[in-house]
Design a protein around this ligand. Structure first.
Ligand SMILES: [Zn+2]
Length: 279
């Protein structure tokens, strides 16, 4: 296990490994306030901690148990209600954490039985190239920027989109589902989905911001080591997140659209942080 001193002043005074820098940078990116997050009963008691931060804590705890051998290959994870009680979080938080661990290959669901710890080789094989590892801080920065810009674009799109623009977002979403199904690359389709939302904001500057980055705004395109075609669990999770954004825009609910877009970006940040920690 890698241990990093989490003090930023320490970071400025000492040379740290790139992975440590990434981890600290990522921590500094976490959203401190839960103001626009939907809170469960227990999260309300957690004060300013956001749902995303709680999900990260559940992930960290479960990962530690897997990595220290407390939970071994083939062991069944506690049930959702047990995890809710153990961590004092809502079912939404538990589900988000499990989905991330599943996408990273730490656990796998067995239909009708529950969630089990995977073969450790499943998650050990994702070794990034040095160039990819080096690009993670920039990826996290870009996601932070996109969270601000696209969160607002989604909120505005929710009340300003025309019926045609809603249909275009829906079409891009369906196209991505088909590509996942047939195992084809999805980066362009993902970008199209986000562009359709920017267009539905009917504000040229949101559209310009996305065009400025082009499809490289979608991080996984910058990580050729990630076996995208084989990473179906992850892509399905991404598609489900898109579905949440689309539903909120279709129902003309700006707050929910903003929250869904932000959650989508935060989930992506968690993924790259997790990948960095595995290097
Ligand atoms: Zn996306």
């Amino acid at each position: 296990m890698l241990h990093c001193n989490s003090s930023l002043s320490y970071y400025t005074r000492h040379n740290m490994s790139s992975v440590c820098r990434i981890m600290i940078f990522q921590r500094s990116l976490q959203v401190p306030s839960g103001e626009d997050e939907k809170m469960g009963n227990n999260e309300m008691a957690a004060g300013t901690r956001s749902r995303q931060r709680l999900a990260q804590q559940v992930i960290d705890q479960l990962r530690m148990q897997i990595e220290t051998g407390k939970l071994r290959e083939g062991d069944q994870l506690p049930t959702e209600p047990q995890l809710e009680a153990a961590f004092g979080v809502s079912r939404t938080v538990v589900r988000e954490a499990i989905a991330d661990l599943r996408a990273a290959g730490f656990v796998r669901p067995v239909q009708g039985k529950g969630v089990f710890v995977s073969d450790p080789n499943m998650h050990a094989r994702l070794v990034l190239t040095p160039v990819e590892v080096k690009s993670i801080p920039e990826t996290l920065e870009l996601l932070e920027f996109r969270m601000a810009v696209e969160g607002e674009a989604a909120a505005i799109a929710a009340y300003r989109r025309t019926a045609e623009q809603e249909a275009a977002i829906r079409l891009a979403n369906r196209k991505m589902a088909q590509l996942i199904e047939s195992g084809e690359p999805t980066v362009e389709a993902d970008y199209e989905f986000h562009t359709a939302i920017a267009k539905a904001s009917n504000n040229r500057f949101y559209i310009d911001a996305l065009r400025h980055f082009g499809p490289r705004a979608i991080p996984r395109g910058q990580f050729p080591t990630l076996p995208e075609a084989n990473d179906r669990a992850y892509l399905e999770k991404v598609h489900a997140e898109h579905g949440e954004i689309l539903a909120a825009i279709a129902e003309q609910d700006p707050d929910r659209a903003r929250q869904a877009m932000r959650a989508h970006m935060m989930a992506s940040q968690r993924r790259y942080r997790m990948l960095a920690e595995q290097q």
